[in-house]
Design a protein around this ligand. Structure first.
Ligand code: BGC
Length: 753
């Protein structure tokens, strides 16, 4: 064929069932052809019924909802016992799409594959806190290697939603509040996954920034504001990672369901961004047949989760009646096949086998060590001495058993999992505005890396004693007779439920205050999904934000506490002093017990007006002149750094050059951050670089701003506009640090989206 292929676009084969096409007669298996050409070659051999197989997916377990297609023995045999299945078409050699959730590892929520454990990465928010794209790539490729070994070729990963609402129940599964950081980190994780010939999604498109109301709420925001915030994160993630699929979300956006929103799916995603993969629905997020098909949805993921099997018989009928053109049906299937070819699903089929546990746990530990953030270190209380004969009190948060993880579809049963690691959490009451509310109960899954064990291992000379922390008097008694106290505290987050506020649940604030009053050397280790408030901050010497630290979390925490690792994580979210500083001091319309009030009392119509617009996180705090408790980008080290010699070149964008110096006596890494304030509009992070420096060492860093980060989006003209004028630049170690400042002129310009 000389590398050239003429693809004649035909209709579907006009037979009820085609004959088996022998392997040697499948021209689409020629890997030198383009994915588009290969997709068309196979598409032209498909019957219409076969086309429907690829667009109408199943829940991944033998679950038969009423009025849904029969689970034939053939389909059951392919059930991956995970999130989803698109059956294969053996006649044409099309593999099944076997889908697993995978934000933090190969998920096994509810133990649906009894005893099947996998390496649990730390939370995605922790990975974002590394500010190191290489960590995101390494984590993604580790998950994909394990996925292949377990028989999965599609990973429902790539959570890109911004932490616009820090109480959002999936804040731990996302990559923080900034579009550049989230876009880069998620894009790299997707790239890592797909480097192993496993197809990844990016999800949940779009503005699925809070959970309790996700299926009934409408996220209302102007086009320009969305483009400069949440959508920009997706745009960057797509450019970096080129995911094979995009998962549209449960919520409505400006009153249209995301999975049938023409503007989002067809105009922006497939139009402006030129996306060539396919759009799959979230599980239960489809609400129509014709509108969804015409407006851009390509695949119904789980027909058992939706109210109807929309892309089954109803779509067949709509195509037969001409309500959905056959060309659109072909386009849906083409997009799916194209991604399968482009991501290697035909050429490198998955093969089940063992996983390399030690190598994979090392990936999880390295990420944790780089994403844990040191927030406070008064009197240089840290690092602790390994050699001292001291009495250490370890208190709270099941530190004797393991480290917590977040709940929901991303739940991994980590290596070493046992029933003992599933412990109750939540419950109790909270008084808000004079009313007493009952809080939800849940189970938290711990990962088998107990901080207590690791601290003992690290400090063999010390006497390390544990108190559970629920009995404050017992914890205080232990703290009193100890040389220092390390208090572990936990905020639980899970998919589907937002946390009602940013306080540590239960008696934990009280516990810290009481222990700190009993022992002047108190260190707090936060194990939280996102930011929390710290009314006790002045009373303690040290605070370490360990997030959900994954399968080797205890070891990573201990190595940081004892200085085996110099902390280098930076906050990917702003920590407010109180919720009253947030754009929405309480989650709009939602009752403190997590139930929905809804707009005008309706439980199904619920408008969230994101009137902060694109001013998410630090942008909001700066705009409102609010001092945060800890700013975005913040984090301490056991050494110190200087940022020097900032030079900024203007023109059509901004370019930066500067030196970073380690001014202390230990080797360490810092994250140099450049923020720019345009003449109009709010300050944005436009570049960052993680720099590893020996004591006294200096490194030169250069960065260039993506001009979209300098621009405002003009929704009427559908274009980015850069204003002519002087741009204020600051370089430093956080969103509020002004270690070096400069300004430069940028010319007016436009950028097509
Ligand atoms: C979640 C998705 C997940 C899907 C399949 C949904 O409830 O929102 O993130 O991929 O379930 O488990």
């Amino acid at each position: 064929m000389n590398g050239k292929v003429c693809v004649v676009v035909l209709g579907f084969l006009a037979v009820a069932a085609g004959a088996q096409v022998p392997a040697q007669q499948r021209p689409w298996m020629n890997a030198s052809l383009s994915p588009d050409a290969r997709a068309d070659l196979v598409l032209n051999q498909m019957t219409r019924d076969e086309a429907f197989i690829l667009i109408d997916g199943y829940f991944g377990m033998p679950y038969q909802a009423a009025n849904r297609p029969l689970l034939t023995a053939e389909i059951k045999a392919q059930m991956p016992m995970s999130a989803g299945l698109i059956p294969g078409i053996p006649r044409l050699g099309i593999p099944a799409l076997t889908e697993s959730d995978a934000s933090l590892g190969v998920a096994n929520g509810g133990n649906m594959r009894p005893g099947d454990t996998a390496t649990a990465l730390p939370s995605s928010l922790l990975t974002a806190a590394t500010f190191n794209p290489e960590q995101a790539f390494a984590g993604g490729s580790m998950i994909a290697r394990e996925a292949r070994a377990k028989g999965y070729n599609v990973l429902l990963a790539g959570g890109t939603n911004l932490a616009r609402e820090p109480r959002g129940g999936r804040t731990f599964e996302y990559a923080g509040e900034d579009p550049l950081l989230a876009g880069i980190m998620v894009g790299e994780s997707i790239r890592g996954i797909q480097s192993q010939a496993v197809l990844s999604t990016a999800k949940h498109f779009a503005l699925n920034d809070q959970e309790t109301a996700r299926t009934v709420m409408s996220a209302n925001i102007s086009d320009a504001d969305a483009r400069e915030s949440d959508l920009l994160a997706f745009e960057i993630a797509l450019e970096r990672g080129d995911p094979g699929a995009i998962m549209c979300s449960y919520n409505r956006v400006n009153n249209n369901y995301a999975c049938e929103d023409h503007y989002l799916l067809t105009e922006i995603l497939k139009g402006d961004w030129g996306y060539r993969g396919f759009v799959m629905s979230d599980w239960g997020a489809v609400h129509s047949t014709v509108a969804a098909a015409l407006n851009g949805l390509d695949q119904e993921s789980s027909n058992g989760s939706d109210r109807l099997d929309y892309f089954g018989p109803p779509l067949k009928e709509a195509v037969a009646k001409g309500q959905v053109p056959e060309t659109r049906l072909r386009n849906m299937v083409h997009r799916i096949l194209r991604s399968m070819f482009a991501k290697g699903l035909f050429d490198r089929p998955v093969v089940k086998g063992p996983i390399d546990v030690d190598a994979d746990l090392a990936v999880a530990q390295t990420a944790a060590e780089e994403g844990i953030v040191l927030l406070k270190n008064d009197k240089a209380v840290l690092p602790l001495s390994m050699a001292k004969r001291q009495k250490i009190a370890v208190i709270g948060a099941h530190a004797d058993l393991g480290v917590p993880s977040g709940g929901g579809s991303s739940q991994v049963l980590g290596i070493g999992h046992s029933k003992e690691l599933e412990v109750p959490t939540g419950g109790g009451t909270r008084v808000i505005a004079g009313e007493t509310w009952t809080l939800p109960r849940d189970t938290v899954v711990l990962h088998a890396s107990a901080p207590l064990t690791e601290i003992r291992r690290m400090a063999p000379q010390a006497k390390v004693t544990y108190a559970a922390g629920d009995d404050i008097a017992a914890a205080v008694a232990l703290a009193k007779k100890s040389d220092l106290a390390i208090v572990f505290v936990h905020q639980h987050m899970r998919e589907g439920v937002d946390v009602i506020d940013l306080s540590l649940p239960g008696n934990q604030d009280e516990l810290i205050a009481a222990v700190a009053a009993a022992n002047p050397h108190t260190i707090v280790v936060l194990e939280t999904g996102g930011p929390v408030t710290m009314p006790w901050l002045d009373k303690v010497d040290g605070v370490v934000e360990a997030w959900y630290s994954g399968n080797r979390g205890g070891a990573a925490i201990a190595r940081i506490l004892f200085g085996e690792v110099n902390p280098s994580g930076r906050l990917p979210v702003t920590f407010p002093i109180t919720e009253s500083q947030l754009p929405h001091p309480i989650i709009t319309g939602q009752r403190p017990d997590g139930r929905i009030i809804g707009t005008n009392g309706s439980p199904t119509v619920y408008d969230v007006i994101y009137n902060e617009g694109s001013k998410v996180g630090y942008r909001w705090f700066e705009d409102q002149k609010l001092p945060p408790l800890f700013p975005f980008g913040y984090g301490l080290s056991y050494t110190s750094f200087a940022y020097e010699g900032l030079k900024v070149t203007g023109g059509n964008t901004l370019a930066f050059g500067f030196d970073v110096r380690n001014t202390g006596t230990r080797a360490g890494k810092t994250v140099a951050q450049i923020y720019v304030k345009p003449p109009y509009g709010e300050t944005r992070l436009v570049g960052f670089s993680k720099v590893d420096l020996a004591p006294g060492e200096v490194k030169h860093v250069t960065l260039t701003a993506d001009p979209r980060l300098l621009a405002m989006f003009d929704g009427d003209a559908n274009i980015w506009r850069v204003t002519d004028g002087e741009y204020q630049v600051r370089l430093g170690g956080s969103a509020t640090d002004k270690a070096a400042t400069a300004s430069a002129h940028v010319n007016a310009g436009t950028i097509r989206p």
